[in-house]
Design a binder for this molecule. Structure first.
Ligand code: F6R
Length: 237
């Protein structure tokens, strides 16, 4: 893994922007896997403020809550529109449909989308427990798109965005670790002390389903962009 320790999220965003621009220079119809959450926000801001052109590109998001539609400001479709898509149009944006009546059929539909549009470059954040997407500890490494029961720790972590803990959805649809690992390139962002242990386990720990992101050690093109606080427990810096 190529670990870049940056002094600000803006610096991290510029490193990622360059990787995106290089990818688009190779193929302006590239497929980008995108994430929500706080970690990629500085990058989306940098992209919006740049002259990067996504109009021939495709995006495929990692995940969506079950039961929230695009009008709900906590849905991931709402997040992506307000942080990126409304300001930087793509040829097409794919997200799981959290309102699908038949969730099993929705996971199949999403797998087909990923098969038809192999991801060139995937953005990831990481949970405090090492999750990527909504792939919580214990998730098999070869899983494809699936419906997830959120763990108490993830519900707790996300409660700050909702009126109260009870308003946090209990399920999500997530791209699987198997699909994430098929992406040709991966950028993982992590900022802040709360991510330090997960980053240490991911980079210097053993590859184990207890730390889903540790699987990234088996991928040959991962750039990890972290600040000093997230890097603070690393032995080799
Ligand atoms: C979001 C996602 C999650 C987040 C992770 C970190 O689409 O898939 O895995 O990346 O929970 O969230 P933040 O960045 O808010 O700390």
């Amino acid at each position: 893994m190529d670990v870049k320790i940056v002094s600000s999220q803006e610096e991290g965003a510029q490193i990622a922007l360059k990787i995106f621009q290089d990818q688009l220079a190779k193929n302006n119809a590239s497929v980008f896997g995108l994430a929500t959450g706080s970690s990629p926000i500085a990058f989306y801001e940098a992209a919006v403020n740049s002259d990067i052109d996504f109009t021939k590109a495709t995006s495929i998001n990692l995940d969506e809550y079950v039961g929230l539609d695009g009008n709900n400001d906590q849905s991931y479709i709402y997040f992506m529109k307000s942080n990126l898509f409304d300001k930087k149009p793509f040829k097409v944006n794919y997200l799981p449909n959290g309102m699908a009546k038949d969730l099993a059929a929705e996971t199949k539909r999403y797998d087909q989308i990923i098969d038809d549009n192999p991801i060139d470059l995937q953005i990831l954040g990481i949970g405090r427990n090492g999750h990527i997407g909504f792939n919580e500890p214990g998730t098999p490494f070869d899983i494809t798109t699936h419906v997830v029961d959120l763990t108490p720790s993830t519900i707790e972590a996300n409660a700050r965005f909702f009126e109260n803990k009870d308003a946090v959805p209990r399920q999500a649809i997530s791209m699987g670790i198997g699909s994430i690992m098929k992406s040709k390139k991966i950028i993982l962002f992590a900022y802040g002390e709360s991510k330090a242990q997960a980053i240490k386990d991911t980079i210097e720990g053993s590859v184990t389903t207890h730390v889903p992101a540790s699987v990234l050690q088996n991928h040959n093109d991962v750039t990890v962009i972290i600040d000093q606080a997230a890097a603070s427990l690393l032995k080799n810096k």
